[in-house]
Structure formats: C-alpha cells, structure tokens
Design a protein around this ligand. Structure first.
Ligand SMILES: Nc1nc2c(ncn2[C@@H]2O[C@H](COP(=O)(O)OP(=O)(O)OP(=O)(O)O)[C@@H](O)[C@H]2O)c(=O)[nH]1
Length: 304
C-alpha cells in the first residue's frame, strides 16, 4: 500500500532499434502527436521529452533515435550518441522490441542498456500482429534471460492495448519525488521545434528511401501575429538534383508536402498557419560535423 501512496517522478528513456515503434508508443502514452513516425527506419532524430502526469506520479519520457549499426557518417554517429547520452542520464529505460522479431540491432540496443547499467522495463510491441498470444510466452522468457527487466509487458502502440499495465510498471520503477512540470504540460519542446518536425515528417513519408536522410529542416522565421502563425522553413539538401526531386515538376511535390505539413501544424498550434518553404543546397551536410552543428545537431536538443 505504501507504494501506491507515494508520488513518483523520473525520466524514462525509450530505447530500441529503429522501427520498433518507439515514437508511436510515446504518442500513445502522451495522447498527442509529439514524435513523428513513419514506416521507414531512423525517423526520429531528436530526443523529445513527453510528460505524462497522473495522480500517482509524473513520467518524463525521452524518445531517442533508434540505436543502429549501419553507416558511419556524422549524422549516424550523432544519432547513436544521442541515444547513449539519454541512457547515461535516466532513471529508467523502456526497452521496446517487436513481437516475434529479434535482430542483431535489438541485441545492440540492449547492450547499450546493459553497459549503462540502468534499470529497465521491456515493452513487447506490435502484439496486434500476433494471432495466437501463447507464442509470446517463450518470447517473454527469452527476453528475461537476456536482462533482469523489472517488468515485461506485451503491448500494441497503434491499438493502445496494455497501456495501463505499462504505465503502472514504469511508475513502480521510478524514484519518489514531487512533479517537476505543471500537470497540463505535455512537452518541454518549443512550437518552433514541432513545426520543423512536422515538415520533416512529410519529407520522410513522401520521398524515396534515401533522400529524407540527406535533408534537414530549419525554421528561419516563426512569428505569431493576431492569432495566426507565419512560418518560414528551409529544407537543406546536399545536391541540386535532390532539390529538383523535392520540388517536383512545376513545384507540385513540394506544394503537396507543404500543404499537408501546414494542416498538421494548424492541428498542433490550434490556429491558422501561413507556411513558406524554400529548398537550399548545402553540400555534404550529413557528413560534416561542423555543418551539423550549424543546423542544430550539435547538441541533444537539435533544431529549436
Ligand atoms: N502493427 C503495428 N505496427 C506498429 C505498432 N507500433 C508502431 N507500428 C508501426 O511501426 C512503424 C515504425 O514506428 P515508429 O514509431 O516510427 O518507430 P520508431 O521505433 O520510433 O522508429 P525510429 O524513429 O526509426 O527509431 C510505423 O509504421 C508504425 O505505424 C503496433 O503496435 N502495431
């Protein structure tokens, strides 16, 4: 009973290989779109704080870019570093895996937790795809043999199944403490940051496999006047050919992406948005540490 009476507060780093559903799970837990998602791996580039306040406690979620092993350019190194930094400074890890799929990359992500020696809860995601739930039992056993998880909870982030037991397990594992943020606050990120992410989400969802990872979004101007937002965004690409693809024939492709991004921004900001988007070429930004710094990837908070 004493456990139920004490108020809990602490950070939970969401860790897992790319594409297991970390961002979807964060959005589901917070009940609003904080992290952009796509079916392509490596969508998440920034560590985002999502704040979940309940009577029993406050959970501060840090969404990390998926820990992955491919590629060694500066952007990939930054992504892995961001995930590891989050682990070095958290009360608890939430390790996300996909039901019925264990890969070397999952093992790599788990190794980061083991090395950081943080307590962890495991979420076995995408159970909506598993018709016979009995097959999950040996999987849970195998996972608990790999690490001393405090709890293992099968979940479905898209359907919202098992969110309550997951939240309870996380709260139980957090230290006692007073809430850090007001109860109605759901993130520490700025509106400007979300504007950049929502435009980047369109790039990830609309263009070929490689191109989005060769681009970044910078918000040049972000102003609110008389209940309307005026936002100027720059999409940085590495080559003129990429600029052509993004813009498309007679500007059609960019127009469609910007229109959808604007609608998403209006949903998040809750008022009309005027969005202007420009595409600019900056050669080899993803392999140059100095260029990454200029674009806001120099620290863990990324583009603001
Ligand atoms: N069937 C099913 N699909 C899911 C579930 N959760 C996430 N997905 C899908 O899995 C894909 C990846 O989800 P994300 O949330 O972007 O994954 P992530 O782990 O944040 O990926 P990175 O940003 O690459 O690290 C998306 O297509 C999601 O719709 C789930 O519970 N069930």
């Amino acid at each position: 009973m004493t456990e139920a009476l004490s108020h809990r507060c602490g950070t939970v780093a969401i860790i897992g290989r790319p594409n297991v559903g970390k961002s979807t799970l964060l959005n589901r837990l917070i009940g609003q779109k904080l992290a952009i998602t796509s079916h392509k791996a490596q969508t998440t580039r920034h560590s985002i704080l999502g704040i979940k306040t309940r009577p029993e406690g406050q959970i501060l979620f840090v969404d990390t870019p998926g820990i992955h092993q491919r590629g060694a350019n500066a952007l990939n190194r930054y992504l892995n570093r961001a995930a590891r930094t989050a682990l070095g400074d958290t009360d608890l890890a939430l390790f996300v895996v996909e039901a019925r799929r264990w890969t070397d990359e999952d093992a790599g992500a788990l190794r980061a937790i083991v090395e950081a020696k943080v307590p962890a809860v495991a979420a076995i995601n995408k159970i909506d795809r598993v018709a016979n739930k009995e097959v999950l039992l040996p999987e849970l056993q195998a996972l608990s043999a790999r690490y001393a998880f405090l709890d293992l909870i099968p979940v479905s982030a898209t359907r919202g199944d098992q969110m309550e037991p997951l939240e309870q397990a996380l709260l139980r594992a957090l230290p006692e403490g007073a809430p850090v943020f007001p109860e109605d606050q759901i993130t520490d990120r700025s509106e400007r940051f979300f504007a950049a992410e929502l435009l980047r989400e369109q790039l990830v969802q609309r263009y070929g496999e490689e191109l989005p990872y060769r681009t970044t979004v910078q918000i040049e101007r972000f102003e609110e006047l008389d209940g309307r937002y005026r936002i100027h965004a720059l999409i940085w690409v590495e080559r003129a050919s990429q600029k052509g693809i993004i813009i498309g024939r007679q500007g059609e492709a960019l127009k469609a992406a910007a229109t959808q991004a604007r609608l998403e921004m209006q949903k998040v900001l809750g008022c009309p948005v005027h969005l202007e988007v420009w595409v600019k070429v900056k050669s080899s930004w993803s392999s140059d540490e100095a260029a990454l710094g200029q674009l806001g990837y120099g620290d863990d908070h990324g583009v603001r």
